[in-house]
Design a protein around this ligand. Sequence first.
Ligand code: KG4
Ligand code: ZN
Length: 347
Amino acid sequence: MSLLILGIESSCDETGVALVRAGDGGGVPTLLAHALHSQIDMHQAYGGVVPELASRDHIRRVLPLTEAVLKDAGQPLSAVDVVAYTRGPGLAGALLVGAGVACALGAALDKPVLGVHHLEGHLLSPFLSSDPPQFPFVALLVSGGHTQLMRVDGVGRYAILGETIDDAAGEAFDKSAKLMGLGYPGGPALSRLAQQGDPRAFKLPRPLLHSGNLDFSFAGLKTAVLTQAKKLGDDLQARKADLAASTEAAIVEVLVKKTLAALQHTGMRRVVVAGGVGANRLLRAQLDAACAQRGVRVHYPELHLCTDNGAMIAMAAAMRLQAGQQQANRNYAFDVKPRWPLDAIAA
Ligand code: KG4
Ligand code: ZN
């Protein structure tokens, strides 16, 4: 018997809905349809996510997106077997919208619901690609809010090897981009501009590169970029591409070297990169080159599934159910977990 799983993501500034089919043969579940609405244009004017506006927009989008996904997949709502939603971490109000809608749908359809960890969604998103990984692997999770290296031995079997002690890698991209006037979220814009610049133009710090552990720190880098921008004064405009390229090179070098150190530490031969920063071209190129030299396989989510989406939530729910890690339940009295460490759900 196969299960149709509807996944709803609403933890931050993207409303994502998807339908995944999980077979009981234990194979990789398949994505039938997904739809996404990004709120980036709405928050742009404020230079960052406004939580109350985010919640209200999720309310507006979630049902039309659900209807579109079902139509696309050619399935009636009544065919859904499990309704999965992002339970955390994320913005409390935004999470409540997805959780509330998922539990209301579950109650109305008399179908079980399942709360999913957002980072587990990112972590398992490469299983939606045409070249899915195999366990075990080292995971580099690099999003707007998190930067972690993890040892992944199976679904729900996660051990954190190292993580950021201050800003996340995505935050380093976003904050540096903001002070260069590149808008929000600045990661993709900074990366585009960097293509025209010289990565060796400015000497920027590589925090904790030689710390001997697998932790990260990016707050000092952001301060160094700010200091450099101030020093440039009126010349900033002309040198912006060089500063962007130098910033990107610093962040990427730290991410690549720490990932290689994690591989050495664990003895593993496989890496999975997930989260929004996983879309970064330089990171992909440098990691691919370094891993090819060492005979290590690297897996990424498809580019459009690097940032937040519903497919990864439906997928994580499907894989948890298949692995017997969790049961979907008819307890519709939901709660959300705005702060929720990933290793707290480990088996
Ligand atoms: O995973 P995600 O969508 O959201 C969180 O769960 O946080 O990641 C968003 C982050 C933002 O910081 C964004 O600037 C960054 O991913 N990002 C990038 C690129 N695309 C997205 N950073 C660098 N280069 C990119 N191409
Ligand atoms: Zn995310």
